[in-house]
Design a protein around this ligand. Structure first.
Ligand SMILES: Nc1ncnc2c1ncn2[C@@H]1O[C@H](COP(=O)(O)OP(=O)(O)OP(=O)(O)O)[C@@H](O)[C@H]1O
Ligand SMILES: O=C(O)C1=C[C@@H](O)[C@@H](O)[C@H](O)C1
Length: 301
């Protein structure tokens, strides 16, 4: 790592910064009792002094430590799944066990339009695979030192956000055993694909109407690309998503695996994609990743 690392470390996930101490040797001392069972990679956004004091910037630092495994009840609540049947978690865990030997620790990058469920599904995947979960939008916010993507767009620009997003993806590409929920627009820069292709890329392909319904339910404030549309939240979201989908639809097809909600709904005999639970979608993501890794097709089953 170039430059000197100051003691002002910001932890991006579960350990409070005050619990991390930097030893005089430069090593990081983590709290006791971390890590009963699983080795995990942690990311730190640290302030790096490069040359002069004027050239301060943040970058991510990855390293492995042991951590306590969070129980699945917490994650189920966080991911907001409400209609999961008793068997679904068992099925997704079994599928995860089947795919693990083929994944060989490669990172999983979820791509898809805003609201496509990258965070929700990503948390389930990380849980069942024993991976760590990161949201690239959040990492950009932390790297830049702002509290929201909307603030970054407003006080800097979309280009500034995209430059930082590429840098975050570059740094993530050096790591292992992560599920990364990427920003909806990460697919537009070819360089980002170069970084993401260090791992496996999975496209969550959700019909625009379902996306607009989900986004309208939580509001459009946090989504700067929807700020300039007029009408109610659903109309605004649908109008902008239609334009974005025409501009970027093709870019998503670069992904190694495609998870089509329409396809899952038809397999499970549901008329409506809105009846699919995040666990159904995570299960299909594992099935499609396995096909990619083994070079098989669904028809071969
Ligand atoms: N299968 C699902 N069914 C219904 N609602 C869902 C489903 N998956 C996610 N949601 C809801 O849709 C919204 C967007 O989900 P999520 O944040 O996971 O998407 P995202 O792709 O990470 O979005 P963004 O790119 O904007 O960060 C959330 O309110 C979430 O609870
Ligand atoms: O679709 C997009 O371009 C974006 C999606 C969000 O995840 C953020 O990355 C940002 O709001 C841009």
């Amino acid at each position: 790592m170039e430059g000197a690392c100051t003691s002002n470390l910001q932890y991006c996930s579960w350990i409070a910064p005050k619990k991390i101490r930097q030893k005089p040797s430069g090593c990081l001392e983590l709290p006791q009792r971390w890590g009963e069972d699983r080795k995990q990679q942690m990311l730190l956004s640290s302030r790096i002094m490069k040359g002069s004091a004027d050239s301060k910037r943040h970058r991510l630092v990855g390293f492995e430590i042991n951590r306590c495994y969070r129980n699945s009840e917490d994650s189920a609540l966080e991911s907001g799944r409400t209609h999961t049947s008793v068997d679904e978690p068992k099925i997704v865990k079994k599928k995860a066990q089947e795919i693990s030997p083929y994944l060989t620790g490669r990172c999983i990058y979820l791509v898809g339009m805003m609201g496509s469920g990258k965070t929700t599904v990503g948390k389930i995947l990380s849980e069942v695979l024993g991976y760590s979960f990161f949201d690239s939008d959040k990492l950009v916010e932390q790297a830049v030192g702002m509290t929201s993507v909307a603030q970054i767009f407003k006080e800097h620009s979309e280009t500034f956000f995209r430059d930082n997003e590429s840098e975050v993806l570059r740094e993530l590409s050096l790591m292992h055993r992560l599920v990364v929920a990427t920003g909806g627009g990460a697919v537009i820069r070819p360089i980002n694909w170069k970084y993401m292709k260090h791992g496996i890329t999975v496209w969550l392909d959700v019909p625009l109407e379902a996306l607009a319904t989900r986004i309208a339910a939580v509001g459009t404030d946090s989504r700067p690309l929807l700020h300039h549309e007029s009408g109610d939240a659903y109309t605004k979201a649908l109008a902008r998503l239609s334009t974005l989908s025409k501009e970027r639809g093709h870019a998503y097809t670069n992904a190694d695996a495609r998870v089509s909600l329409e396809h899952i709904a038809s397999k499970l005999g549901h008329g409506d994609v809105c009846r699919l639970t995040p666990t159904d979608i995570a299960t299909e993501a594992i099935i499609q990743m396995k096909h990619f890794l083994l070079g098989t097709k669904e028809d071969d089953e």
